[in-house]
Design a protein around this ligand. Structure first.
Ligand code: ADP
Ligand code: MG
Ligand code: MG
Length: 250
């Protein structure tokens, strides 16, 4: 699905990512863990094509194409989706309208027919039910006046509707209560398929109780210092990150 090689990224002249190597196969779920400020959001944002980041070295190949050559909207058409750590409010832009534009832009790009209003509402209702989102949220402005947890759930709703090939979830679990966490997990687990990949950025093992990752990476100070299986997340929860730093230094 995606292969990142020796990726170096700077923000405002300061190097944040210092040689990331990461390969994610189709059908895999990877978790990226690591202390605050290590570059997790930077990595997610660079993949999604958010501006303000300067790639100074390295390559990202996505579905065989040079991702860094693609505009953010092209990445989205090709199935890249980012659930933001801090979802933005877009007052006045209807939640459903935004999604319809997104779904149909992608269909058009893939040479498929656009969904008509009825087909689209059917899709949206089915997905809203899946993530237990009240129908009243569909007609509200995007994230307008939503609580923190509702915004996160809305991100998962968007993901469920858009059915991305590569879903990047940046700390979607932060600030969620157990019920919301369960719903986020349900959304991700429903998305899981042989032709889809998921990257979960998280600080906590608890989300991983519900979504079992195939691979866990530890990102520290702009580098992946350790990679392991799901048991690594448990070990990090118990022992913190210092031992990873010490092990890497040795
Ligand atoms: P994480 O998501 O792992 O907590 P981030 O990727 O958000 O880490 O940040 C990594 C580092 O990059 C931090 O030191 C942060 O302050 C810095 N950084 C991120 N974005 C910006 C920005 N727009 N301007 C300046 N520094 C930034
Ligand atoms: Mg952080
Ligand atoms: Mg972050």
């Amino acid at each position: 699905m995606i292969k990142i090689e020796n990726l170096h990224v700077s923000v405002g002249g300061k190097e944040i990512l210092k040689g990331i190597n990461l390969e994610i196969g189709a059908g895999e779920v990877h978790a990226i863990m690591g202390p605050n400020g290590s570059g997790k959001s930077t990595l997610s944002n660079v993949i999604a094509g958010r501006d303000g980041y300067e790639v100074t070295k390295g390559t990202i190949i996505y579905k065989g194409k040079d991702l860094l050559e693609m505009r953010p909207e092209e990445r989205a058409w090709e199935g890249v989706f980012l659930a933001f750590q801090y979802p933005v409010e877009i007052p006045g832009v209807n939640n459903t309208y935004l999604l319809k534009a997104g779904v149909n832009a992608r269909r058009k790009h893939q040479g498929e027919q656009e969904l008509d209003a009825m087909e689209f509402m059917q899709l949206v209702k089915e997905k809203a039910k899946l993530v237990e989102l009240d129908q009243s949220f569909l007609s509200r402005g995007v994230n307008e006046g939503f609580s923190g947890g509702e915004k996160k759930r809305n991100e998962i709703f968007q993901m469920a509707v858009l059915e991305p090939s590569l879903a990047l979830l940046d700390e979607t679990d932060s600030g969620l209560d157990i019920d919301a966490l369960r719903i986020v997990a349900k959304g991700v687990n429903t998305l899981r398929a042989p032709d889809r990949s998921v990257v979960m950025v998280t600080h906590y093992q608890r989300l991983l109780d519900y979504i079992k990752p195939d691979v866990v990476h530890v990102l520290v100070n702009g580098q992946i210092l350790k990679t392991g299986d799901a048991s690594l997340a448990l070990e990090l929860e118990e022992r913190g990150y210092d031992w990873v730093r010490e092990e890497a230094a040795a």
